[in-house]
Design a protein around this ligand. Structure first.
Ligand SMILES: Nc1nc2c(ncn2[C@@H]2O[C@H](COP(=O)(O)OP(=O)(O)OP(=O)(O)O)[C@@H](O)[C@H]2O)c(=O)[nH]1
Ligand SMILES: [Mg+2]
Length: 175
């Protein structure tokens, strides 16, 4: 089980929809228009079939923050989504990420931090975002192995890399 976490509106549901579509169609096809999403109240379980392997991803809605830890056991990998445009949300996202990284059941999880919405021109550069997050310090001091990736759930940027990461960190083969 991979957990998909991040603040409300960061783009988790759209990412899942796009990944599902990418898995169903050939990589060469166009993803098309982004479908409409609604805020996730509760959790959203999605199975992705990649190279004949099933990978289950559980999105936890941003509004569920206080009860995210209930879902931390049983999880081998975590994707934490950051909205690159929402500068107001950055400090609270950073606190949330630190609390995820310090949770006992997640000490050996692989962690991927996604800077999403990179299609929007007003986004800060990756260097600026990482500096605001103090990402280098976080990566140095956290026990987990942490990677970062720039994505756009709208344009599809970074989604193949995201699938490759999911595939290489899948917890077990389920056929
Ligand atoms: N431009 C742009 N918009 C995006 C991107 N990803 C998501 N959005 C938009 O952001 C809004 C919120 O997306 P959701 O996927 O519903 O966000 P979420 O993280 O699932 O939010 P919660 O379920 O409330 O936690 C929607 O209007 C999406 O279309 C992106 O990469 N680029
Ligand atoms: Mg959602």
């Amino acid at each position: 089980m991979c957990l998909l976490l991040g603040a409300s509106g960061a783009g988790k549901t759209l990412l899942l929809k796009r990944l599902q579509k990418l898995c169903q169609m050939g990589a060469q096809e166009d993803l098309g228009e982004a479908p409409v999403t609604l805020p996730t109240v509760g959790t959203n379980l999605t199975d992705l079939t990649l190279r004949k392997r099933k990978i289950t991803v559980r999105e936890l809605g941003g509004c569920m923050g206080p009860i995210w830890p209930k879902y931390y056991s049983d999880c081998r990998s975590v994707i934490f989504v950051v909205d690159s445009v929402n500068t107001v949300q950055i400090s609270s996202s950073c606190v949330q990420l630190l609390s995820v990284l310090s949770a006992d059941p997640l000490q050996s999880a692989a962690v991927l931090v996604l800077f999403n919405k990179r299609d929007l021109s007003c986004t800060m550069s990756l260097v600026e975002l990482k500096a605001l997050f103090r990402m280098d310090d976080i990566i140095r001091s956290a026990p987990q192995s942490i990677s970062t990736l720039e994505t756009s759930a709208r344009s599809g940027q970074g989604l193949q890399e995201l699938l490759s990461w999911l595939f290489s960190h899948r917890s077990h083969d389920t056929g």
